[in-house]
Design a protein around this ligand. Structure first.
Ligand SMILES: Nc1ncnc2c1ncn2[C@@H]1O[C@H](COP(=O)(O)OP(=O)(O)OP(=O)(O)O)[C@@H](O)[C@H]1O
Length: 587
């Protein structure tokens, strides 16, 4: 990643280079979906236009409906509750194809905290442009220059609990991620919020230059622009309480106000004045009829941006796997902590159980071992939720990206959990003195690996389903608890009431537990092993134990088969859930 910055091309995107887009809303109203506690109309008959080559600001007081109007213009709102029309070059907007020629920067930044600024932009380029690593880095470098981010190129993004770049820099990275394919339309929700006036001015000046020099249609929302920002705006859309109050150039607004007898104090800018006086003003909407760009000029650009996939399925999986692995390895709480935990648990449990002369203690060890591994998988939940949030933001191609993600995610966990299982199994197995044969040791390690993968797939599935961490944590903990209860360890299968027996078969605990018992007490030698002895000799042999558990006919490899089946089922379920979530994404 150390290419010379001076070799960067000015622009390397592939979408909408010279394309020009005229976007308009026609009497658009938006009502909150039914069932919402505060059922209300947020936009009321808004008719406005955004034109190519111009910088348009949507302004208005807090809660006026600016972000809602922007998301309507971005095609991000479910059509059910929107009435009126949104047109792109005179045609009804089709959200999925519009997303390919536009970039939409929402208010909250969805970035991986552990990636550097340059990596973030380069991954975005690889996904969107299907470019090689070198091209992607060149594109990232171009954006770093354009966004003034060269000085933080190799800094991590950071986030809650981790240090990183400043808020303004993060906003610029979010803009960069959406600029990577050089979209012809750029929509930004509050790109200057939380920035000092110099940084805010820098961002708006950059947007202005993109509109003016590349003919892009640039629309952004802003609360209270300062004097210097106002000078950069071509037109404003002023809304209050969901109603359009004015649209047009600021010079016209000022003229109207002055002609209406208003005196704007020198320290107050014209927009601030108009916003303050909005309740008492009735400003006629300036409709710009003569300024409309003729559709015939724009039509030629329509066919240019066909639906396409930037990468082949294999490439997409590889890029996602690389990004996921990087993110995970750098998240110390997940990666390093898990490795240390496995090694310490292996050594710790080994030394605790090593002197137990009673074979019964081994059964206790198997049960505890599973409890430990199954319950510790929940540690991965935050990373699944973080991935899901960013994935949903990136996923304009629905099922395609989600499928690649689930495959990539599963692949990354294979070696990671394999290492963790070896770190755990090796010390614990030999310290406790389980069966000395090497194939029994290998089988034990394989069970541990599959237990980790199974628990991981289970958490991935609920990570796709649940709305947030708290809910996820409690659902997973509750289900794991019931899996232990119905495993056959606390209450044998024969004693579980018939109407609860399905839980026994669904228990993630049952199959590895049986596999452990069969590995240790199965076979010729194991069946004769004395597990519990007393005054009258041996009270419990391996064979008796297996019979007690209803396992005389069971085969240890078939238990592994069921565990593999569980892994597949939970992974497929997580895929389906993510697909369904994607259906709700319009752009
Ligand atoms: N999902 C929702 N549930 C309840 N109220 C909502 C929802 N979405 C928007 N609103 C309400 O609609 C109104 C307009 O919201 P919107 O975010 O568009 O305003 P805004 O002008 O962008 O505000 P701000 O400048 O504070 O971000 C607000 O009163 C907001 O509380």
């Amino acid at each position: 990643m150390d290419l010379p910055i001076k070799s960067v091309p000015e622009s390397a995107g592939n979408s909408g280079h010279n394309a020009r887009y005229f976007i308009e809303t026609n009497s658009v109203s938006y009502e909150l979906p039914a069932g919402n506690s505060s059922h209300k109309t947020i936009l009321k008959n808004v008719t406005c236009q955004a034109r190519p080559g111009e910088l348009l600001a949507i302004v208005g007081p807090s809660g006026a409906g600016k972000s809602t109007l922007l998301s309507v213009l971005a095609g991000a709102i479910q059509p059910g509750n929107v009435s009126g029309r949104v047109l792109v070059n005179g045609r009804e907007m089709e959200a999925s194809s519009f997303s390919r020629i536009s970039g939409y920067v929402t208010q909250d930044d969805a970035l991986f905290p552990m990636l550097t600024v340059e990596e973030t932009l380069a991954y975005s380029a690889r996904f969107r442009l299907g470019s090689t690593l070198r091209e992607a880095i060149l594109r990232a470098r171009a954006l770093l220059l354009q966004l003034g981010l060269v000085h933080v190129a190799s800094s991590r993004i950071g986030g809650p609990g981790t240090t990183g770049i400043s808020g303004g820099e993060r906003r610029r990275v979010s803009i960069g991620v959406e600029l990577v394919h050089n979209p012809a339309v750029l929509l930004l929700d509050e790109p200057t919020t939380g920035l000092d006036s110099a940084s805010a001015h820098l961002i708006v000046a950059m947007l202005k230059s993109m509109a003016a020099t590349n003919g892009k249609t640039v629309i952004f929302t802003i609360h209270q622009p300062g004097f210097r920002i106002l000078e950069l705006l071509d037109r404003v859309v002023l809304i209050a309480d969901g109603v359009l109050r004015y649209q047009g150039p600021l010079s016209v607004l000022q003229k109207w106000l002055e002609e209406g007898g208003h005196v704007i104090p020198p320290h107050v800018n014209v927009l601030e004045y108009a916003m303050d006086a909005m309740e008492i003003l009735t400003i006629e909407t300036h409709m710009l009829g003569s300024c409309r760009v003729p559709y015939s000029v724009l039509r030629e650009n329509r066919e240019k941006n066909k639906y396409y996939y930037a990468n082949s399925p294999i490439n997409e999986v590889l890029i996602l796997a690389e990004r996921f692995a990087k993110n995970m390895v750098r998240t110390k709480q997940v990666f390093v902590a898990r490795m240390i935990q496995s090694a310490v648990a292996g050594l710790g449990l080994g030394t605790i159980f090593m002197n137990a002369d009673n074979q019964q203690a081994k059964v206790g060890f198997f049960a505890f071992s599973l409890t430990f591994h199954l319950s510790s998988a929940v540690e991965g939940l935050p990373i699944f939720l973080q991935e899901r949030r960013i994935l949903m933001r990136e996923t304009s191609r629905g099922a395609y990206r989600v499928t690649s993600y689930v495959i990539a995610n599963s692949l990354v966990f294979l070696p990671f959990l394999f290492a963790a299982s070896i770190l755990y199994a090796t010390p614990v197995y030999w310290l406790i003195g389980l069966r000395r044969e090497i194939d029994n040791f290998l089988f034990f390690s394989l069970v541990i690996w599959l237990v980790m993968l199974m628990a991981n797939a289970f958490v991935a599935c609920f990570g796709a389903l649940v709305p947030n961490f708290i809910m996820g944590n409690s659902v997973i903990a509750g289900l794991m608890g019931s899996f232990f209860l119905f495993s056959g360890y606390f209450i044998s299968k024969q004693n579980i009431p018939r109407y609860w027996i399905f839980m026994h078969y669904l228990s993630l605990f049952k199959y590895p537990f049986e596999a452990f018992l069969l590995n240790e007490f199965g076979g010729e030698k194991g069946r004769k092993e004395c597990i519990q002895s007393g005054k009258g000799g041996c009270h419990l042999t391996g064979e008796m134990l297996l019979r007690q558990q209803g396992m005389e006919e069971s085969h240890k490899w078939s238990n592994l088969g069921v565990m593999f089946g569980f892994i597949c089922v939970y992974r497929i379920l997580s895929l389906v859930i993510l697909w369904i979530r994607c259906l709700k994404i319009r752009r």
